[in-house]
Structure formats: C-alpha cells, structure tokens
Design a protein around this ligand. Sequence first.
Ligand code: ADP
Ligand code: MG
Length: 293
Amino acid sequence: AIPLVVAINTSLAARNGMLVRDRIAMEEARNLDAIIFDKTGTLTEGEHGVVDMATVDGVDEDDALTLAAGVESDSEHMIARAIREAANDQDLTAPDATDFEAIKGRGVRANVDGNEVYVGGPNLLTQLDSEIPDHLQRFADEAGQNAQTVVYLVRDGELIAAFAMADVIREESFRVVDALHDLGIEVAMLTGDSQDVANAVADELGIDTVFAEVLPEDKDEKVQELQDQGKLVGMVGDGVNDAPALTRADVGIAIGSGTDVAVQSADVILVQNNPMDVVRLVKLSKASYRKMQ
Ligand code: ADP
Ligand code: MG
C-alpha cells in the first residue's frame, strides 16, 4: 500500500501542475545539491528572430538568406523557423532542396541546385573542419557578446554567410535562480549553443556552472560530472536531446509542452511550463518529507 503521506503529497503535487512518475525522486528533490537547466526554451523563450547577417565578398545577402531558407525548409528547429521567417519577410522564395538531413545538435544539410549546403552552429563547423573568415569571426564575436546565437551557411565547403539570432531570457528565470540559491542549491546550465551565448545568459541570471557547445549525446555526461563530485543532481529540460540527461539525473524534470521522449524520461513533469514550479517542487518535497521523519 502507498503510505498516506505519499498519497497526499503526490495529489498535492498534481494540484500544483506536477505529475509525479517516480515517487522516490519526489522524495529526493528536497536533498538536491545542484539543478541543471536546459537553456533554450527552458530559461529562455526559445523564440529566435534573425536580427543581423553578414556575408563574404561577392555573396549577396538576399541570395544567402534564400539559400539558407531552402536548406532549412524541412527542419522543425526554432532556428530553422527563424531563418524561413526572415526570408519570407523579405519576400524571398526558398529554392527546392533535396536530400535533406538533420545533424543532431549541429545543424542541417541539403542539396540545392547541385550544391551541397549546410546551415549550423559552431559544432557543425568543427565537424566540417571549416574556417571562419576574419570579418565573419568578428561578426560572430560581437553577436555572441550580445547573447545572440550565430549559425553559418556553408556552400560546397566554403563558409559564405553568418546569421545572428536573438532569444530572450524568460522573466521567471531570474526569480528561479535567486530562489534556488536561497535554498542553497547550485544552478547550472546546459546547452548546445555557443560558449559566448551561454556565458552571456549565465552572467545575466547569476548561474554558477555553464556547460556549452554540448552535443546531444554528451549531455548526460555533464550530469554525471556533477554527480561524480558527490552531488545529488536535478535536470530540467524539454527536448528530445535532453532525454538521456533526464534519465541520468537523480531527479529528472520535464517542463512544458515537452516532447514525448522527454516526458517518458522524466521523474516529474511540470505541466504549466513555468520554471518557478521547479522551486515549488523542491519546497513541496521538503515540506512533505520532513513530516515523515
Ligand atoms: P539546445 O541544446 O540549446 O537545446 P540543440 O541541441 O537543439 O540546442 O542545438 C544546438 C546547436 O546546433 C544550435 O545552437 C545550433 O547552433 C545548431 N543547430 C541545431 N539545429 C539547427 C538547425 N536546424 N539550423 C541551424 N543550426 C542548428
Ligand atoms: Mg533544447
């Protein structure tokens, strides 16, 4: 039989928009030493808009944007949506792309008019062994310092353009970090985005530990890294990419609309897509289990 206090506790949780899939994790939440948050869509709104772009000599901006929109036409990623919208706003029509391929945590690839074209972030450039021309590097540095995400356009092996995209920090995130600090909990952030953007967001929020440019398959290792320091670790995420990290964490927390995979990997699901519910979860766990001792 389920002990009465646990039953009360989980139904109280449910009334607060928390679905508890693992009661042990609910009990452990009161002892968490560190909580890792996914950046995009969890601490930030996750709604990027293209705010600036730059091209190499001889490449027209409209042509670059058109080409990028073509490559991104089959991607669900928020970055892809932003690039398609930017092209649309300029009344540019994306060319047909074939052999589309999504490269997890890096970007996308497709064939356009016989050219092999990629759009993606720093992780993609590493994979392609692609050099960034000086003035595009300066463009990227400046964008990064303004917490803007930069992705690059590579055509037939040559990096020809860069796009800067702005995301905004969710208002609630500031209170979440402060409240967790008040509870003595270390706050960490995990993202596939660039180190610059991650640092800018972390500085603004007062986040203690930053893991940036992490590939989806390596995210769970960052959870392990904190666990290896003897810490009890919570992880908050929403995406398919976050699933292994949610599983690895002592308390895996899926937030918001969360993909099915994230939801199935989590111990607790926060239905209302409010990061403040992470704080409520810890407090509810402390209040409930104190009574049991
Ligand atoms: P996060 O960990 O922030 O949720 P993802 O793992 O989804 O991010 O993506 C990591 C990085 O991979 C992005 O910041 C971007 O540089 C690149 N990327 C992923 N998908 C795309 C795409 N469709 N177009 C361009 N870049 C992409
Ligand atoms: Mg994400």
